[in-house]
Design a protein around this ligand. Structure first.
Ligand code: IFM
Length: 441
């Protein structure tokens, strides 16, 4: 039987999510340059050397895009406020056009009866700050705190929930150890510093916003299920180490004020001096936690390889266009784990979704794979609710097809198809599927 809103607790919020650089069009409205602009323009970093300068031109289509949320019967919209748009130089003089844009956007969200969920940092670090070392520089925490206050002074009175950072693992490890995202570093010292500084920035923002009286503060962490490739003890250890790198560093830093000891031992020579004194700030009380979940990976020991001496092994489950296995049990697992780790804090699934090679056929976009993906992940949410997790909402990633970072525009995650030549939006079958499910009867 098809799910309906009534299968979830009263007040459970359904939404869709986006992020500034992925949809807005960074060339409009006095937006400053970010490290994604230069990373994308460096050959070999991004498929087709594509960037976010136009993206979905949401900067000019925002009203119609918000109508899509309203017409789809959603309750909430998760968006991010670009640091480079608000402060083109990262610090100093704000861009009035940028502030006006977010002001109008928040009013537009509210006018449509939706709850605004703001994310403060979804990856467009201003170039001027990247020049100073970006996430490797401890000062980034104060720069971020300053930005947080500027944007909060303009829209903070009207947003329902504020998340500090989106996916610290991506900000740190993916971008400074694996080199896949901007700034494309592959350096263990840079990565370790970014791993700590991104959490320090989170803590600093929470402190600044608390001082401004906010009581709706959280962070959005991404979780990846780490399975061992076999029953061999070495493979279990490989999966466990990857779980520390991907998942435990961030959630335990924030909830326990302590990093997982084994991983910390390996990274200790690269940690910034005096890091221990920051753990209190990092582990301040939060009001909610955002859980992003997409997939699992399978890990095996790789003896002889340099630390972490593990490798990924191909999984056998059906995969999305991104090559990610579809594994809804992982969502249940992390909702229960987050529930325990946070002592029952309100949890929102802030991202869950899949890319597919969606095509327009006779004016429609059939995407039964995505409908099934959503249903299966919502079933996992229901299981976690039944087992006591305090899950209060679910946001599909993403409202629109958009700029999928190093993958360019090829991977389509949206509920709504975007023709990048014409900027025409076409709701996919999954959009209509969710709209029917969310109809209030
Ligand atoms: O597109 C990204 C988003 O920016 C952050 N979370 C994962 C999504 C899909 O890769």
């Amino acid at each position: 039987m098809a799910l309906t809103r009534n299968d979830f607790p009263e007040g459970f919020l359904f939404g869709a999510a986006t992020a500034a650089y992925q949809i807005e069009g960074a060339r409009f409205g006095g937006c400053g340059s970010s490290h994604w602009d230069s990373f994308a323009r460096t050959p070999g970093n991004v498929a087709g050397a594509e960037d976010g300068s136009l993206a979905c031109d949401h900067y000019h289509h925002w009203e119609a895009d918000l109508d899509l949320l309203k017409d789809g019967n959603f309750d909430a919209y998760r968006f991010s406020t670009s640091w480079a748009r608000v402060l083109p130089e990262g610090r100093g003089k704000p861009n009035p056009e940028g502030l006006d844009f977010y002001d109008r956007l928040v009013d537009g969200i509210l006018e449509r009866g939706l709850k605004p969920f703001q994310t403060l940092y979804h990856w467009e670090l201003p170039s001027a700050l990247a020049d100073l070392g970006g996430w490797e520089n401890r000062d980034v925490a104060q720069w971020f705190g300053d930005f947080t206050e500027v944007i909060d002074a303009r829209i903070g009175d009207r947003v329902a929930r504020i998340a500090t950072i989106n996916e610290p693992w991506c900000v740190a490890w993916l971008s400074h150890f694996l080199g896949v995202h901007a700034p494309g570093k592959r350096d263990i010292r840079a990565a370790t510093r970014a791993m700590h500084h991104v959490l320090l920035a989170h803590g600093t923002a929470v402190q600044r916003l608390r001082a401004r009286g906010r009581d709706n503060l959280g962070v959005v962490l991404n979780f990846d299920f780490c399975d061992p490739a076999s029953n061999a003890q070495e493979d279990w250890k490989a999966a466990d180490l990857n779980d520390q790198i991907f998942n435990r560093w961030y959630i335990e830093g924030i909830t326990r004020g302590a990093y997982p000891p084994e991983l910390l031992g390996a990274l200790a020579p690269h940690m910034p001096e005096g890091w221990q004194d920051d753990m209190g700030l990092i582990s301040q009380e939060l009001d909610w936690l955002g859980v992003n979940y997409y997939t699992r990976h399978i890990h095996a020991a790789d003896p002889g390889a340099p630390w972490p001496a593990t490798k990924q092994v191909e999984g056998h489950l059906p995969k999305t266009q991104s090559g990610w296995e579809i594994y809804p049990d992982g969502l249940y697992h992390f909702l229960m784990r987050a529930h325990e780790e946070t002592g029952g804090l309100p949890i929102f699934v802030t991202e869950n979704g899949m890319a597919w090679d969606d095509r327009i056929e006779n004016g429609a976009v059939p995407d039964p794979e995505r409908e099934a993906y959503i249903d299966r992940h919502l079933a996992a949410v229901r299981m976690a609710l039944a087992d006591g997790a305090n899950v209060q909402g679910f946001f599909y990633w993403s409202l629109l097809d958009n700029y999928e970072w190093a993958e360019g525009y090829e991977k389509r995650f949206g509920l709504v198809h975007v023709d990048y030549e014409t900027q025409v939006r076409t709701p996919k079958a999954s959009y209509h599927h969710l709209a029917r499910m969310l109809e209030r009867r």
